[in-house]
Unconditional design. Sequence first.
Length: 110
Amino acid sequence: MGASKSAYFNEQQNSMAALIKAMAHPARIAIVEHLIKVESCICNDIVDEIPLSQPTVSQHLKELKMAGIIKGNIEGNSICYCLDQSAIDKLRDYFNGISVNILHPKTNCC
């Protein structure tokens, strides 16, 4: 059996790829935008905002939580979700680093 392709890349590259992959769906973008707007949210509130079934929304929430983009606390029979600031900071720092290098290229390219 061959090595996992992720073994060819460093921990930071694999970590960033996992975060970006978790965000790579319009429903997940909508969920993150909703959480930004309301600052925290009960799962049922998210289902009311996203035009998808409850099981589908739950699956997207699970993917975001597994990637560390959101956190959830149990409140009675519901789960209250919020963004994990450290994951958002990592995404911001990564894309800011790309932006800086594009705005100040070291060489003339294309």
